[in-house]
Design a protein around this ligand. Structure first.
Ligand SMILES: *Cc1c(COP(=O)(O)O)cnc(C)c1O
Length: 385
């Protein structure tokens, strides 16, 4: 390690959201990429044409982007108010280069300088802990039930009472959780509501458009809650990197101080505005994706070797039933064989997370899982997926 690099970075591993990005590009291009929960659908070409026209005729490439995001924030507020009976305005919104940037801004605004630790319930989105480590912020983890992935609230409460120097300043939850697909339960919500005002509760609603579960209507009463959303999933703009936070104007003001001045490229702002304007067109494929998700769930649940959980999102999570001696090695083999056969999924937290793709992709997913399990677990071949 170079002597001027912070010594604690030695322990941090770079985030690899897309393990496949290291592999042969041409293999990847012909594979079903079901490992990052993107929409299977590109932007419709009429929207791309509109965007191309905007680039050609409106955008001045020599000028810095709009640093204030006022128009985009106002349009986002309008969209958020549609989803809940709220009176959110641009003053309640901060926009980031993906919600990833906002997660980092939250950590800088709350915990840096030994002021706070964060609490996460594993398995969950790995970015919170990784970004915290890169900033020297301690991460306290509690477990979820292996049966239904509910948080161990007694352990969470203990962690909050016992963590000192620095105390827990932020609790991160995903609603519905990734990789496990479960929405927050009534009990979990009551516990989050019970947290004192000096603890920030971040509810990451990256999959809101699929789940229709949101806590946005509670923000008016809770100055210590912040909701995160993104254009990377249902809105089909992962390539453009746009996410946003919704919350009390004072939290928003702190995030605005910390973000980079020109964090969103002009082209990304234009893409988000067009996506919002055309949201009905973009979001009307969701009911069909949910039908596809449930078909995957029903089919995979019938396999005697698999345990599959319900999902409120656009992915499903499964594990091998407990009676395998070396489940991790077996999962690795399954994952590799699926990849070889052309379906890329995410091996994570002792299970596989599989994005719901197009109808054709999902049929291939079912066929390839069946074939893989038949070859690796011949004892299970008589049952069909
Ligand atoms: C995909 C995802 C995001 C989105 O991140 P972006 O930086 O906006 O692309 C955020 N949180 C969770 C839990 C996710 O799964």
């Amino acid at each position: 390690m170079l002597p001027f690099i912070r010594s604690d970075l030695d322990l941090v591993r770079a985030y690899k959201p897309h393990p496949t990005s290291n592999t042969n590009q041409s293999v990847e291009a012909t594979s079903d990429r079901l490992d990052t929960n993107e929409s299977p659908y590109n932007l419709p070409s009429e929207l791309k044409q509109k965007l191309a026209w905007t680039y050609q005729e409106v955008i001045e490439s020599n000028r810095y982007p709009d640093a204030g995001h006022e128009e985009l924030k106002a349009k986002i507020a309008e969209y958020v108010n549609e989803s809940a009976n709220t009176a959110i305005t641009g003053a309640n919104i901060s926009v980031g280069n993906g919600s990833d940037e906002i997660i980092r801004s939250i950590l800088i605004a709350t915990c840096v300088g030994n002021e706070g630790s964060i609490l996460v319930a594993n398995p969950t989105f790995g970015v919170y802990a990784i970004f915290a480590q890169t900033l020297g912020i301690p991460v306290v983890s509690i477990e979820r039930s292996p049966i239904n992935f509910e948080m161990d609230l007694a352990a969470a409460q203990r962690a909050i009472s016992q963590t000192q120097n620095p105390p827990i300043r932020v609790v991160f939850v995903v609603h519905p959780n990734s990789p496990t697909g479960n929405a927050l339960t009534a009990n979990e919500l009551v516990w989050l509501q019970s947290l004192p005002e000096h603890i920030l509760v971040v509810v990451d609603e990256a999959y809101f458009e699929f789940s229709q579960n949101t806590v946005v209507s509670q923000l008016a009463q809770r100055s210590n809650w912040l909701v995160l959303r993104t254009f990377s999933k249902a809105f089909r703009l992962a390539a453009h990197r746009v996410g946003y936070a919704i919350g009390h104007p004072e939290i928003i003001a702190a995030l605005e101080k910390i973000r980079l001045p020109y964090n969103l490229p002009t082209f990304s702002i234009a893409a988000a505005l067009i996506a919002l304007q055309q949201r009905q067109l973009l979001l009307n494929v969701i009911p069909q994706l949910l039908v596809e998700r449930d078909k995957l769930l029903v089919n995979l649940s019938q396999h005697p070797a698999l345990q599959v959980w319900d999902s409120a999102a656009n992915f499903i999570y499964l594990r091998l039933k407990t009676d395998f001696p070396q489940p991790e090695e077996l999962l690795n083999l399954i994952n590799e064989q699926l990849k070889t056969s052309g379906t890329i999924v995410r091996h994570i937290s002792g299970g596989l997370r599989i994005t719901v793709g197009s109808s054709d992709e999902n049929q291939r997913t079912l066929d390839r899982i069946q074939a893989t399990l038949s070859s690796l677990l011949p004892a299970f071949t008589e049952k069909k997926v």
